[in-house]
Design a protein around this ligand. Structure first.
Ligand code: PA5
Length: 427
């Protein structure tokens, strides 16, 4: 059973009702069969049963390295791009604090996710004032952006720490092959595996996400436990009442009726990076063979004052998925004072939470009335529970959606094409 996730379909009633879903039952059952059949897209579904498997040994390794890195450094640079970056960033942002507490989440800096000379120059300058460790994440071991960032940074560590630099570097890469794996073993770095059958964008619950989370002091065990709750919910909930099937069916239905774009709307700034992870997951998994909703993100209420006009009044091709997250473990009640100016008096004594709730309700109502289908994913619980359930829910729904659309949700030929183009120009 999901502990904290609720899918609210009421706002989308005008477009999509239970009868529509019943009419899709044949397609949904087929998608269900294709997903659980490990012979279909064999070698890409390691993520499916992952939360239910025993990861004691991996977690021991993760905690050992995390503790060493926390002791010997105050800054860890995590190098990676795409699926080797976005999940860790989403986790740290969602489960951390909005402001720097250098000993925890903000001790992690990211690199290797672009080719900016300015960024690297600034980073190296910044590192001079800190004790540094380095985590390089690349499944293939041959992606250009992390490759070049890694070599610049390990060269920097070698200059600074000499032979001891190897104790400060961990590579997370394919279990047994690839240039990074070979290089790391040659140099004597710690190495953690990315299972061969788990692709980048489905890998956040492996060492790819878990080591950065552990170095940042987050509760990795709780994240894994809540992903396991979500896994059990997926196995035990029948299609017609299963939120992941409902969400996948709804998206597919709206796409077939001409909606081309799905906006993930977040209200908590800390959740915005999660939406970026979701964007990659759905964009890379379903945007292929001439099909797929275009996934994009907006942060409300901020973007209501920039893009709200467009969402409300433009041509009707958008649907919105509202990620309405409430973190139950935070003492975060901010109450407005009673002595407000005359114009603001109606707000006296209200909490920010109340205002946020009213904002979500009002925006959903206004957009639905204007012809923008809205679905709400509501989460209320501890951060680790929210993160673990959300990750597995969206991975599962994304794979189901891929099967509904008739595409392979696990490859990314378009990404490979650009990588090869760059390689051929640079070699
Ligand atoms: O999801 C994916 O497969 C991609 O986004 C990859 O994660 C990304 O291209 C980085 O690849 P690699 O981990 O091999 O460096």
């Amino acid at each position: 059973m999901f502990i904290v996730l609720q899918l609210q379909l009421a706002p989308v009633d005008h477009w999509f009702q239970e009868t529509h879903m019943q009419n899709m039952i044949g397609q949904l059952e087929l998608a269900h069969r294709l997903l659980w059949d490990m012979n279909v897209h064999k070698g890409n579904k390691g993520w499916l049963h992952w939360p239910a498997e025993d990861h004691k040994r991996l977690l021991e390794q993760v905690f050992t390295i995390a503790n060493q890195f926390r002791q010997m450094s105050d800054v860890t640079v995590v190098v990676g791009i795409g699926g080797s970056y976005l999940g860790a960033r989403a986790a740290l942002s969602m489960m951390g604090s909005s402001f720097p507490y250098p000993e925890d989440v903000d001790r992690i800096l990211f690199a290797g996710n672009q080719l900016s000379s300015q960024y690297m120059t600034d980073l190296l300058r910044y590192l001079d004032d800190h004790e540094v460790t380095l985590v390089v994440i690349s499944k293939s071991g041959g992606t250009l952006e992390p490759q070049v960032a890694f070599h610049v940074l390990r060269d920097y560590l070698e200059e600074r720490y000499g032979e001891n630099s190897k104790e400060r570097i961990c590579a997370i890469t394919d279990e047994s092959k690839g240039a990074l794996n070979a290089f790391a073993r040659l140099k004597g770095y710690s190495v953690l595996p990315i299972p061969r059958d788990i692709g980048g964008r489905y890998s956040v619950l492996t060492a790819v996400g878990l080591l950065p989370m552990a170095i940042a002091g987050l509760d990795v065990d709780e994240v894994m436990a809540s992903a396991a709750d979500a896994y059990n919910a997926m196995r035990s909930t029948p299609i017609m009442t299963n939120p992941a099937f409902m969400y996948a069916a709804l998206r597919h239905f709206l796409y077939m009726r001409g909606f081309t774009t799905e906006v993930m709307v977040t209200y908590e700034p800390q959740v915005a990076h999660f939406a970026a992870w979701w964007q990659q997951l759905f964009g890379e998994s379903q945007g292929k063979d001439g099909t797929g909703l275009f996934p994009t993100t907006l942060q409300y209420t901020t973007d209501l004052h920039s893009m709200g006009q467009y969402v409300q009044d433009s041509r009707k091709f958008l649907m919105e998925t509202v990620l309405d997250v409430h973190f139950a473990d935070e003492i975060n009640t901010v109450v407005l004072p009673e002595d407000l100016d005359e114009q603001s008096q109606y707000l006296a004594g209200k909490t920010f939470e109340e205002l946020q709730d009213v904002a979500v309700e009002s925006v959903v109502a206004a957009h639905v009335n204007a012809g923008v289908p809205n679905v709400v994913v509501r989460m209320s619980g501890p951060k680790e529970q929210v993160f673990g359930e959300l990750v597995y829910f969206f991975e599962f729904a994304c794979a189901i959606g891929g099967y509904l659309a008739g595409v392979n949700p696990f490859d990314q030929p378009g990404v490979e094409a650009y990588k090869q183009e760059m390689q051929s120009r640079l070699r």
